[in-house]
Every structure is written in structure tokens, then in C-alpha cells.
Design a protein around this ligand. Structure first.
Ligand code: FPP
Ligand code: MG
Length: 345
């Protein structure tokens, strides 16, 4: 089958979004020279005397990640006037932490696929996947130490601490049908936005930018990261699996209550809410019951509401860069910020 026939089909739920993987690619093509340098460094630091480490690392790290976090770091450095090839090595920290967290996350979720490929836990088992995550996580700190900057190191350690907290908070609220939007925002900040924020702020710190600019970059990354996870949670209900790279409706199957569902529950009568809650508190809801709930979330303008909310975060993020003089780096960061709400996978 030609790859595009699947992407080009109209979404059968009449959703307002179109799903063109090529659009995503086109936006990112101009950053190819950056991605090539990032990839070279990612590959270099992956070396290990244990071949299985390299094998799993090759599968997870060298197979399909968008490298957005390292790119944000490099562009934040450029924005603050710092350009140096050594920064590409430092940028790998953000990809290593990200990949380590996904390796662990896939074990927690018992996921079979990641980035349109079998997940590491599926191929090598949970033990190997967790340990590979530990390896990459440790590697990220080896590289962070090389930067020789205590503030930067503190930023990285604070970030991973918060990520672990975010994931535990999510665990605590699994299948919590009364979870509030505030808790949801707390979770997505900790599990996703803090790392994107650190990539941006880290560029400011290593460039010796003044406190005001570091703070602006930190806030820019935070708001963009919040929008990023909101879109991820939205795509979970809307995207085509072949484009998104993971099964649609995966969150609800994992008992994850995200913003589309929180809003959908708000639209329901108490009777309807109770009926669904009871249904899903059963041991094994059927595939039809999952589909019904997914369809319910897709109705009532809930998805448009979530997208509008993500757009608000992106707009606010853009304001954070107002204090920086116009430059290609600023334009690029603003473009990537918009890409967050336009991406399809
Ligand atoms: C994916 O989100 C998971 C994360 C963004 C964070 C995972 C964090 C941890 C496992 C804890 C911290 C670990 C380290 C090594 C610092 P998702 O489940 O919403 O996305 P998905 O649908 O792609 O799985
Ligand atoms: Mg997950």
C-alpha cells in the first residue's frame, strides 16, 4: 500500500483535523542540518561494552524520535548568542532523558508499540527495557557533568525528579473518574512540560543569559510543553493509528483520565456519568464499550475545546520571547511552538 493512501483518508468521525504525516515532515525538514548533528552525537554517546545495551539503544534512540528537545536546547542557545559544536553533545541529554522515560513508561503501560515499531519491553522484556532506561538516564548525567555548570546540573536533576513525581501522580490517579483539571495540569507539567522547559532554560543557563531571559525561556518551554501534552492527549482520541504511531484510545484503555475525557464527563448528566463509571469499573470492558466511550468523547465539541486550550498555551508561550531581539533563532522557536498544535503525530 502506498504510505499516503492511509494518511489521506478523511477522518471517519468528521473531526475538524486532517492527518497528513507529510505536513509534519515538511515543517521539520528545514531543521535537518540540526537533526543530523544531533543524531551524530546521540549515536556517539550510545557506545557501551555490553552489546545488548547498544542493540536496545539502537532500536529506541536511533529509530524515529523527532529530536525536538535537543533542537529546542540548541535554538535557545542560539537565541542567547551561543553557538558551538560542543552544544550538540550537551543537547543529547534531553533526548536521553526523554527516551529513558519512554522506556520506563512503556513498561508501566505494558505497551506493545512505540513510534510505529514494537516497543523495547515487547521485544526484550521488562527487565531489559527498565535497565536500558537506567543506562540512558545515567548517560544523560555523564554528559550533563561535562557541561561543568552547577546551575545547569541542578536544572537537570530537578527536572528528572519532577518527571518521576509526575508519573507517580498519574499512577495514583489511574482510573480516578473524579480527577480534576488541576490534577491533570499538574501531571502533564511534571511528566512532559518540565523537560521541554529545561531544554529551553538550559540553553539560557549555558549561554550565561541574564536571569530574566532564563526565566522567559523556562516559561516559554513550560507553556509549549503543556500544549504539547494536551495535543498528545487529544490525538489519542482523534488520530489515525498509522500516523500517530500508537493505538487510538490508548489512554482510556490504560485508565488514564486526560483533558478530553475530563471535559466530556463535565458535559454528561450525573446518570450518564455514573453509568459509564460503573461500566469501566468492571474488570474487562468490551471493545465495543471502549469504542462507545471514545465516540462520546469525540462528540459535544470537547475536542475543539481542548485544541483551543492548547492554542491558548501556545499563544502565551509566544509572548515569552517578546523580550528577545528578532533573530532566526527566535523565528524558529516561534515556528516550532506553532508546530506543537499543528502536528499530527
Ligand atoms: C509518556 O507519556 C511518558 C512521559 C512523558 C514521562 C514518563 C516519565 C517517567 C516514566 C518517570 C521518569 C523517568 C525518568 C527516567 C526520568 P504518555 O504515557 O502520556 O505518552 P504515550 O501515550 O506515548 O505513552
Ligand atoms: Mg504512556
Amino acid at each position: 500500500m502506498r504510505a499516503n493512501t492511509l494518511w489521506e483518508k478523511t477522518n471517519r468521525y468528521g473531526c475538524i483535523f486532517s492527518y497528513y504525516m507529510d505536513t509534519d515532515k515538511k515543517i521539520l525538514t528545514k531543521y535537518q542540518p540540526y537533526f543530523e548533528k544531533i543524531d551524530r552525537e546521540v549515536e556517539k554517546a550510545l557506545s557501551s561494552r555490553i552489546s545488548l545495551v547498544e542493540e536496545i539503544g539502537g532500536h529506541t534512540l536511533l529509530g524515529g524520535g523527532k529530536r525536538l528537545r535537543p533542537l529546542f536546547f540548541i535554538l535557545a542557545c542560539e537565541l542567547c548568542g551561543l553557538q558551538d559544536d560542543i552544544l550538540y553533545r550537551i543537547s543529547t541529554i534531553f533526548e536521553y532523558i526523554h527516551t529513558a522515560s519512554l522506556l520506563h513508561d512503556d513498561v508501566l503501560d505494558n505497551a506493545n508499540t512505540r513510534r510505529r515499531k514494537p516497543s523495547a519491553n515487547h521485544l526484550w522484556g521488562n527487565h531489559a527495557a527498565v535497565l536500558e532506561g537506567d543506562f540512558l538516564y545515567s548517560k544523560s548525567f555523564c554528559v550533563a557533568v561535562e557541561a561543568g555548570n552547577v546551575s545547569f546540573l541542578k536544572l537537570i536533576t530537578d527536572t528528572t525528579t519532577q518527571m518521576a513525581e509526575g508519573q507517580i501522580l498519574e499512577l495514583v490517579h489511574t482510573n480516578d473518574w473524579n480527577m480534576s483539571k488541576e490534577v491533570y495540569l499538574d501531571i502533564i507539567n511534571a511528566k512532559t512540560a518540565v523537560l521541554i522547559s529545561a531544554a529551553c532554560a538550559g540553553g539560557g543557563i549555558l549561554s550565561s543569559a541574564d536571569e530574566r531571559n532564563v526565566h522567559a525561556l523556562q516559561k516559554f518551554g513550560h507553556l509549549m510543553g503543556m500544549a504539547f501534552q494536551m495535543m498528545d492527549d487529544l490525538l489519542d482520541y482523534t488520530a489515525d493509528q498509522a500516523v500517530f504511531g500508537k493505538p487510538v484510545g490508548k489512554d482510556i484503555r490504560e485508565g488514564k483520565i486526560t483533558l478530553p475525557l475530563i471535559y466530556a464527563l463535565q458535559e454528561m448528566s450525573d446518570v450518564e456519568k455514573k453509568r459509564i463509571q460503573d461500566l469501566f469499573e468492571q474488570q474487562e470492558p468490551s471493545e465495543e464499550e471502549y469504542q462507545n466511550l471514545i465516540d462520546l468523547v469525540r462528540k459535544n465539541g470537547v475536542l475543539e475545546r481542548v485544541r483551543a486550550e492548547a492554542e491558548k498555551y501556545v499563544d502565551e508561550a509566544a509572548f515569552c520571547l517578546d523580550g528577545f531581539p528578532a533573530s532566526p533563532a527566535r523565528e524558529n522557536l516561534l515556528e516550532l511552538n506553532r508546530f506543537i498544535i499543528e502536528r499530527h503525530h
